[in-house]
Design a binder for this molecule. Structure first.
Ligand code: AMP
Ligand code: ZN
Length: 112
């Protein structure tokens, strides 16, 4: 995992503007935001994608929705609403192979 950019951010090796952190997750802004608010919710444990989730990975991801809610509240978009997205694999356009959930908000979002 030494070459994984999100492992490096999660471990503090590469600095990021951390919006929220607990023992299992870090949340920081996407470097190339699609909307006014675009956060990434990243487990500290390296899980490549949903396709690699096993029992241990599932446990590592437990509580992710509460983290999303806490981050949305912290940046002031909870009341206005937000979208949570997880890209998995090639056809979904996943480019960083460390599981992450996008939190999109801050303005009206294009319908899916
Ligand atoms: P995905 O297509 O779901 O794999 O999205 C990966 C996201 O990670 C993209 O929206 C990128 O802009 C974002 N990203 C890549 N490198 C960084 C980085 N160093 N810091 C923050 N966001 C990043
Ligand atoms: Zn990683």
């Amino acid at each position: 995992m030494t070459d994984c950019i999100f492992c490096k951010i999660a471990s503090g090796l590469i600095p990021a503007k951390i919006v929220y952190e607990d023992d299992r997750f870090v949340v920081f802004p996407d470097i190339s935001p699609l909307y006014k608010t675009h956060l990434l919710i990243v487990p500290k444990r390296h899980i490549a994608s949903v396709n690699e989730v096993d029992a241990a990975g599932d446990a590592a991801l437990a509580g992710i929705f509460a983290v999303a809610k806490a981050a949305a509240e912290k940046v002031g978009v909870a009341a206005g609403g937000y979208r949570l997205t997880v890209n998995t694999g090639l056809h979904a356009g996943q480019v960083v192979m460390h599981f992450h959930m996008h939190l999109l908000a801050g303005e009206p979002l294009k319908p899916l």
